[in-house]
Write a new protein. Structure first.
Length: 117
């Protein structure tokens, strides 16, 4: 089992920035992928960015150039730096962990991000 604890959500004005963090604990296998999804009211959950245990990243087109995912070296903590936030970025943001060999995935509890003036 893997537990994920997220932090960093909140209210920000359009054009502002927020940084989300997520720490994984429990039965952590060396090969894993951590990432972020979001879900806005009435919409499907959307994949945003992922980083594997080797540091390779990928991004959704909707956030490329505005969001940056990073990972503390040697740690199971990922961060999502979100810049130039717009009202359409308002959603619940979820941390995701995929254990490659185990084939299981885990979700954080979600953190609310609201972009409004």
């Amino acid at each position: 089992q893997v537990q994920l604890v997220e932090s960093g959500g909140g209210l920000v004005q359009p054009g502002g920035s927020l940084r989300l963090s997520c720490t994984a604990s429990g039965s952590i296998f060396r090969l894993n992928v951590m990432g972020w999804y979001r879900q806005a009211p009435g919409k499907e959950r959307e994949s945003l960015a992922h980083i594997d245990s080797g540091g390779t990243t990928n991004y959704a087109d909707s956030v490329k150039g505005r969001f940056t995912i990073s990972r503390d070296k040697g740690e199971n903590t990922v961060h999502l730096q979100m810049n130039s936030l717009q009202p359409e970025d308002t959603a619940v943001y979820y941390c995701h962990f995929y254990a490659v060999h185990e084939g299981n995935q885990y979700w954080g509890q979600g953190t609310q991000v609201t972009v409004s003036s």
